[in-house]
Design a protein around this ligand. Structure first.
Ligand SMILES: Cc1cc2nc3c(=O)[nH]c(=O)nc-3n(C[C@H](O)[C@H](O)[C@H](O)COP(=O)(O)OP(=O)(O)OC[C@H]3O[C@@H](n4cnc5c(N)ncnc54)[C@H](O)[C@@H]3O)c2cc1C
Length: 457
């Protein structure tokens, strides 16, 4: 019998190389460790011993929400991880009860939902995962080792990697987890493989984030997520996530070129202009631990290896190298963890690391990715200026989405349902069940009437 971590499976042989020790690379390496004799993870960065930001992952200075499903997947891969994170200061929140969310001119109702997520910084999560991976005797993580290309037989298979220092490393399977900036398109082209077609959605989004420390007493608890979104037609948002050490990542931003300044006064002013005051109050009542730092995210980008016929054997792309999602929805690390588990399942079904393994992996991953991609895409196209492949039926989707959001102002049941979808716990179709549609429309109408009465006086 096999278990989720690979005990009891067929004998392990051969070498696997993983390019990149980010979240996708670490999760993939854990799965490969049960299925290959040796696993070598290469990263061009100097990897810190503890929970510190690093140059190769600049997004680590910005909030990283780990969805409930992602935490469960990582716990499966690294048993005991959750307890270690909590001991290191990560904070549990119930995403409905502990969240102040302002959207479409109203607050979301707050109630127990049972959807609990763990909040911490990306460097803390990554360092705990890396430490756990390093306890595996057949895994080596080599820092300061940049990959400069792929070795292989033209048009047939990848047989290893070429290092920037001129060295080579042979492998039966190369996993490209080198992130959004992956150069494997050109590396594969050099080996005679066609580039995978891409879907690109242009959102021109900007994050500006500041780390602050302190209690936010208005919310009556230590772990609370706050988010405010400007009314439709505008393109701004703000969010604050609790992290270890009584810290908060406060992020302000906008779509299509609208951005919060990085000077402290301008940052506070941008927060003051949001339609809900919680974030501005939180900034005023806490101690800054960092200057505001910016990050531009021009496009969401997805590579469709599942659509090409000449798929390279001995190579798969995972994580952001396969699909880089709009970060606002917090899907990246969760999908990367699910892809790692999928890769393990595909390896178990396959006798070799041939092209069929890669095809099988890309076909199954495409299903996982599509759920998150479609959800983000339909929300992104609510902003004028968004370009790229438009999901079908957008007008109806947006009409219904607005009613779902309004319904969450009064209905805990609808709030829980939408969060279950956003956290990839349930498919979006649960919101289309006739009983749910009726509840949404009734609650949205009730919210609208309550709001009109409030405006009248
Ligand atoms: C601003 C921002 C906020 C985000 N917020 C969230 C969030 O809230 N929740 C969430 O789940 N996800 C979030 N994400 C996405 C998340 O960061 C990624 O999806 C996730 O980390 C998986 O990335 P990865 O491991 O594929 O790539 P990365 O984390 O980018 O890691 C790639 C690694 O590859 C290494 N590397 C690159 N090139 C080479 C090379 N040639 N040789 C050797 N090593 C190389 C790099 O040094 C790096 O360590 C956010 C992203 C951004 C940009």
């Amino acid at each position: 019998m096999r278990d989720d971590n690979g005990a009891g499976r067929k004998p392990v042989t051969g070498d696997a190389v993983v390019i990149g020790a980010g979240m996708a690379g670490l999760a993939a390496a854990r799965v490969l460790a049960d299925r290959f004799a040796r696993v070598t993870v290469l990263d061009r960065d100097t990897l810190p011993a503890g929970a510190e930001s690093r140059r190769g992952v600049p997004q680590g200075a910005h909030p990283h929400a780990l969805l409930a499903v992602g935490r469960t997947a990582l716990e499966k891969l690294f048993p005991g991880l959750t307890d270690e994170l909590v001991e290191s200061g990560a904070r549990w929140i119930d995403v409905v009860r502990d969240a102040i969310v302002w959207q479409l001119d109203g607050h979301r109702v707050r109630a127990d939902s049972g959807i609990e997520v763990l909040c911490m910084s990306r460097p803390l999560l990554e360092s705990c995962v890396r430490r756990r991976l390093l306890t595996m005797p057949n895994v080596e993580v080599r820092a300061d080792t940049a990959v400069a290309g792929l070795a292989g037989q033209a048009g047939e298979r990848v047989t290893g990697v070429e290092l920037a220092d001129g060295g080579k490393l042979p492998a039966d399977l190369v996993v490209d987890a080198s992130g959004r900036g992956s150069r494997s398109d050109s590396w594969l082209r050099d080996l005679g493989f066609p580039a995978a077609p891409e879907s690109v959605i242009t959102i021109r989004m900007h994050y500006t984030t500041r780390l602050v420390r302190g209690r936010f007493d208005r919310l009556g608890g230590p772990g609370v997520l706050v988010a405010a979104e400007s009314p439709p037609g505008q393109r701004r948002y703000g969010a604050a996530f609790p992290v270890e050490g009584d810290g908060w990542f406060v992020t302000l931003g906008g779509y299509h070129g609208d951005r919060a300044p990085t000077d402290p006064e301008g940052f506070q002013r941008f927060a003051d202009e949001l339609p809900e005051s919680s974030i501005a109050e939180l900034l005023r009542g806490t101690e800054p631990l960092s200057d505001p730092v910016g990050y531009s995210f021009p496009t969401s980008r997805r590579r469709h290896f599942e659509r090409i016929r000449l798929v390279p054997a001995g190579y798969v792309a995972v994580g952001d190298a396969l699909c880089s999602f709009n970060p606002v929805y917090g899907h990246g690390m969760t999908v990367a963890a699910l892809e790692a588990i999928t890769l393990g399942e595909c390896l178990d079904r396959s006798d070799s690391t041939d092209a069929q393994l890669a095809r099988d992996f890309y076909r199954r991953s495409a299903g996982l990715i599509a759920v998150a991609w479609d959800m983000a895409a339909s929300a992104d196209f609510a902003y004028s200026g968004t370009t790229g492949p438009r999901p079908r039926g957008l007008a109806v989707t947006h009409w219904y989405q607005r009613r779902v959001v309004r319904a969450t102002h009064v209905s805990a049941e609808v709030a829980e349902a939408i969060l279950r979808v956003q956290h990839l716990i349930e498919p979006a179709t649960i919101l289309l069940r006739p009983t749910m549609v009726a509840k949404v429309l009734r609650a949205a109408r009730q919210a609208r009437l309550a709001r009109d009465a409030q405006v009248r006086g």
